[in-house]
Each structure stands twice: as C-alpha cells, then as structure tokens.
Design a protein around this ligand. Sequence first.
Ligand code: PHE
Ligand code: ZN
Length: 883
Amino acid sequence: MRTDIVELVRLEDYRPSDFLIDRVELDVRLHPTATRVTATLSLRPNPAGRSDVPLVLDGDELNLKTVALDERVLEAGEFEASPQSLVISQPPQQPFRLTIETEINPTANTKLMGLYRSGGNYCTQCEAEGFRRITYFLDRPDVLAVYTTRIEAEREEAPVLLGNGNLVESGAIEGTGRHYAVWHDPFPKPSYLFALVGGRLGRVAKPFTTMTGRQVEIAVYVEPGKEHRADYALDALGRSMIWDEKVFGREYDLDVFNIVAVSDFNMGAMENKGLNIFNDKYVLASPETATDTDYANIEAIIAHEYFHNWSGNRVTCRDWFQLCLKEGLTVFRDQEFSSDERSRPVHRIAEVKTLRARQFLEDSSPLAHPVRPTQYREINNFYTATVYEKGAEIVRMLKTVIGDEDFRRGMDLYFERCDGTAATVEDFLKAFADVTGRDLSHFSRWYAQSGTPRVSVHGHYDETAKTYRLDFKQQTPPTPGQPTKEPMVIPVALGLVSQNGQPMDADCERVNARGVFILDKAEDSITFTGVSSRPVPSVFRGFSAPVKVSLDLSSEELLVLLRHDTDSFNRWQAAQTVAMRTLVSLSTSVAVRDEEMNSLASAFRSFMDTDALSDPAFAALVLTLPSEADIAQEIGKDVDPDAIHRARKEMRRHIGRACFEHLMDFYRSLAETEAYSPDAASAGRRALRNAALDLLTAADQEAGEKLASEQFETASNMTDRLASLGVLMTIPGMVRENAIASFEQRYRNEPLVLDKWFTLQAAIPEDTTLDRVKRLMEHPAFSINNPNRVRSLIGSFAMLNQVQFNRKDGAGYALLASIVLRADELNPQLASRLLTAFSTWTMMESTRRSHARRALQSIAQKPNLSRDVGDIVNRSLEESAAS
Ligand code: PHE
Ligand code: ZN
C-alpha cells in the first residue's frame, strides 16, 4: 500500500459501534507455529448504533479456519473474509453468537503485536490494535466485554499459563503431555487490555491485604534463575498499591495481580487487566546489574501500570484520540507516587528535564501535535511525549488551578461516575467543573492547541510608591495545522525574594492564597504593594506550567535565587539559566567575558561550601550543565552541533578548574562504605560523587582518568561502575579500550548490562564512532529483532550523540536511514520510533539540513513502507512544518 493513500482517522468522525460484544470466550491452543484460537463472541446490535448494517470485524494478517453463527457453520457466500476483516453482511437483529476459528503463527510474529514469542515463552501485546492479530473482533476501546480465556499448551513447553482476571480451573489433559488453565475476568474491558502468557517462568509472590481487608496474591514472573532480581519490583508493586489507596482512595479489585517480564517488548510495559506484561528492563534489578536510575525507573513503571487499573482499565478511553485521558493522568499519578517515595523537588527537576528534552523538542518539530490529536494515520505513532508528559502537566496544572482538595473531590467523582465506561477528556473535565462550579472550557484549550507557549516576564519597581509590577505576555508559535494560536490558561506560582535573599511578603490581590496567579490573556500585569526594596521575582515555581519563560533578570539576580529561593526548582532553574546564557554565547561565537564564566563558577563554589551536602541529589542536578541537545533547542535554528560540543566542554573545564578542590573533597568524602542500597538518599550521594568525577575529569584529564579507572575496577555496584566507564569514554586511548573490553568480558551473559555497554560506545563524540557502531551491529549480542538492543545501540547513537549523528558529511543520517528501513521489514513500531530522531533536522544549519532531507527522502521513496514509518517520514518532510 502506498503510504500517501493511507486513510486519515478523524476525531470528528467518531460514531458508536453498530454492534456490542457482551462476552468473549476464547480457547487458545498454544503451538509455536500453528496456534489455534477459537473465539465465541456474544454480540448484539447497539441501540446507539445504526441498524440493518453489516457486521465488520477487524483483522490483521489473520487466517480464518471456520466461522459459525449461533452454532451453525457458515458457508462461503454467507461471509467475506480477508486477513484484514471478516464481514457478515446480514447479521441477526437480536443477540447472537459468533464462533470464529483462526490460526496464527507466534514464532513468525516479529512485529511484537498480537501473540508472539520471547525467549521461548508465549506472550501477547494488544494495545492499541493488536487483538485483531489474534482473532477477528470489534477492536476498538469502546467495546467492553467480559472475557473467559482457556489456554492450552504442552506442559513441557509452557508449565505456566496466565490470563486476565482470576484463575477458575486448571488441569492436565489425560493421555497427552498437554495441560490447560481457564481464567475469568469479571470486569468488562476493551480488547486492548487482553493478555495471555505461557512459558517457563520463575516467580516471586506475596500476599497483599487491601484497605477493606480483601486478600490478594501479588506476583512477578521472570526468567527462571532470576527470581531474586524481581524482589525490588514486587516491593515497588506493594508500595504502589498502598499509595493508591491512601492518596486516591483506589483499591485493587481482583484476587491476583500478576506481572510478567519479557525480553522482547516494543515499549516499557503494558497494563493488561490483572496481568501486566513488562519489558524486563523495567523489572529485573540487582546492585551488580542495575543502576540507581534503573531502580527509579522500575519503581515508576511498576506504579504506572498498576495505577492504570483505575485510570485506564476501570475507566477506559472511548477512542484513541482520548489516549491522554489514561496516559497523561497515569503519568501524573506515577510522578506523584515517585515524589512521595523519594524527594519531591529532585523528582520535579527530573520530570522537567525529560519534558523539555522530549516534549518541548517534539512541540517545536514537524511532529508537533495536540495532547488530544484530532487525526491520525497510525495510532502507534501517538504514544508520544506530548500525550504522556504534556498530558501529565495538564492534570498537574488543573490541580494547581483548583487546589488539592477540589482536585481529589473531582477525581473521586470522575472514577465514580465513569467506572465501567469508555470516557472522554470532556467527561474528565466535567467532573472537576461539577465539583468546583468552575467553567473549565478555556482551560481545556491545553488539550487542543499544540506548541509550547512562550511567556515573557518583566518587572518594574516603583521606589516611591513601594510597588512592584510584573508584566506578562504569552504567545504560542505556529505548529503543523495550527497557524494561529489563542491565549492559554497559565497558572503562575510565584513569590518575591529580596536582593539579600529573604522571602518578601508583599500583597497582590491577583495572587491567590496558594501563591498562584492565573495568566489567561495574551498580556496581563499584576502589582504588588508594600514592597520595601527592589525584589527578585521567582516565577513559575515548581515549574507550574509547561511553558518557555523569558525573564529580564541579571545573572547576579538569578544567582540570588540559586542561593536563597525557598523553591528548590527555581534554585536549580536559576543555575541552569545562567549556564545556558553563557553556553549559547560560546556556541554561537558571541564573545564571553571572563567574569561571566567566573560568576557561575564562584556561585557553584559557594553553593558547595554552604548547602550542597544537605541534599546531594539536588546538588548533583545543580552541578550538571544543560545537555548539548538542550543547548541546541535553546538556539533553535542554524544549529552547529560541533560548536555546541566545544562550548560545553570548555565550560565544564572552566568550572572544573575553578572548583577543583571542592570537587575533589566531595569525591573523597562521598565514597560509600556501606553495602549498596537503592534508596534515594544513597543514590543522591552517588549521583553527586559521580557528577564531581565528571567535572574533575573535564578539568584534569589525567587525574580524572586515574580516579575513574580505579572506581571502574573497585566499584561494588553498577551505578558507580557505569558512571566511571562513562567518564573513561570521554578520553581516547588504551585505558578506555581496555575498560570497554573488560566490561564486555564481565557481563557477556547479561543482556541488560550489555545494552548499557552498547549505549556508552554509541555516544562517544568522536569521528570513529560511526564505524564503531557499524562494527557493533555485527556483535553476536546485537540483534535487529530485539528492541532493547536496537534502541541501546542505534537509538542512543541518534538521540544521545549530537555531534556524530549530526555529522556534517551526513553519514550519521544515512546510517540511521538504512537501519530504519531494515527494521521496518520486521518491526514497524521500532523503526518508526528510531525515525523520530530526525525530528531535530529542521533546526540544523543548512548543510546538515540538506543531508537530513535527503536521508528522509530516501526513506519516503522506498516502496512498501509500513504505515508507521510512512506516516512519520511524511510528516517530518512537510515543509509547512518547518516553523
Ligand atoms: N499503555 C502502555 C503504558 O503506557 C504503553 C504501551 C502502549 C505499551 C502500546 C505497549 C503498546 O503504560
Ligand atoms: Zn500508560
């Protein structure tokens, strides 16, 4: 199929299904290449749908064996079947049963959608449209059915058989080596939440008692022998369940909750009802194999999938345009969980760093789209930072606007009112409008308007009147399909700080009791009275809105905030802003005065003297300069990645030299003597120590190499070992090459650790990396079929290695293009995700831009592209988008 004729799906075309399915009985006989699926569907015409229309069931690469209507086998002519659909032109006008037998080949399924095999086990992935690869169905989220699943397999091959809901029956099939299990899920659900697993799996489990005293068995299944590496995930699951009861009043509803880790998975994890399936990267952890970041990610994703049980499963989405209804809300919920379990300010900074790196980038690229898109060609391409991360920011802003108590009341009403239904963003907002009596229609523009609003803030102090006025202006740049923009509702959390760092309480009637001013016009001003001296404004505290802010503050004033603001986020932001100004000047050959370089260095020194050690995790964030990608985004056009790389290196060297003694002190004093623990405080100490090592090395390569080598040899945990290897990667030579070889030797049987090894090498900012990457693609541990491997080598090269992916000779782009095409034949989702690395192409200088355009065109011209890749490549090339 030509990519340019793929049909657009439009939100405005939504209409209810003409038929409903009340019950689904599935019988799945697992076989490596010929799995038989018998589905018995209890259908009826939908009173809200059209009458006298054919029944059209979705399929995808299906092979129909038989179909029967109310137990009568249909003959050719009574139905029309193709791999893509099964049509019954004259279905009954009353309830009826359709029995459909299909045969599928899980071993040949390289797309990892539908039923497939991973590490010899059988598993499924149905979101968004994978169920239609198992049987013909009304594969849309607003068709909710009660499922009973019988799974049968060779006991040898698949001793463990898992399904959604509760186990109701299991046993041997006499006289054969086969056995079976029957699972029943009493909660009506859409097909995308269906799952089954069959295989050889080890298990860790424990009982959980819910808030009303119900007994639940919670379990994590992993590759046999790796059970101990699932302990942390199981613990995180228990904590998530307690937290959701306490903070949202949400209780678990089945007798069991199972998590299965698989090594071939397109995404992070999936919230199938009662049977979450995870990329094993987000389950398996031991101090020797996982970093602090891995532990934090495991905790967050375990929580995320669990929280979906209410925000996604009990209340699901009417259609895929409403994806943010479950994803944005659930990301918000998992962020709150991590903030409560760890350090709130530190976590907030981490969230904002990802939001800016991924979502702001997307919003300024040809792929920009609203949090609730209005059209798509391929829904898989809309599991984006915008839907997830910006979607979460909208929920957070809603909470900021209406306050904590009303937010909780609104959530309760939403869950109560929409339980068991497929809802919309309107249903969600209505719950909050109803509990507060507010009109949220203007606020709802956040779901519809794409692009990152820019807000400028100017302060005016009136010495005689003792007043301080803040002038706000907002404006959102054009994005694809949206040339003009309307003003948004922007909550601005703010406060004033005196020049010597004291909080000032001045009055302003426009600022509410929670310290928030709502900017909802293109321009607005607010005035504080009783302001005794010229203040330093601290605006967008806690990053109260996902906007880009320009502030007319001097570096001296920003450094007052770094030292004294009561808002930790803005302390960090102040240091970043000062650093960014210098980095942009250095990268665009604007002369930089020595004082400018020195002011940040001396601010860092006094920060290290005074309070860095009181919160090492925070200090590590402060001492980490904006990334090369951040700087590129800030510059925004005609970007020269080489100049940015040099600038950042120079500044790190400068700061490292100016703070050398302090950094060395930190490095020595923070050395851990206790056994490894993944808790946030210990992780924070490691983060600060490793940030110090990085700056030390930038200042003095020889000294750094010595420290890093020693740390690499003696590290007692993966966090420290990997951090030191990362530092060694910046120094060409034999020490580095030997370390690479010894790491490989040590972890040759640990796929998840080898992923890190691939990543570090792909990120080396040297000309020889391109050949290294090509060589590594031939490494026995590399496989184009395994998404984790491909992302760790190729994804990292394209996303982390700014200078080498964006080589001036275009070779980086050409390499990615060729791999995208290869991957597309096996796994279109994986290929299209890799391809999104091109989303920065329009901001590059002209030589790189034309190389990138050519690489994109070479993909676009290829016949038989998947819908996934075709959609991304076409949108990336649309000229109007190059805003
Ligand atoms: N719904 C999953 C999550 O965010 C993500 C996912 C989407 C997984 C599509 C697989 C396929 O929790
Ligand atoms: Zn999710």
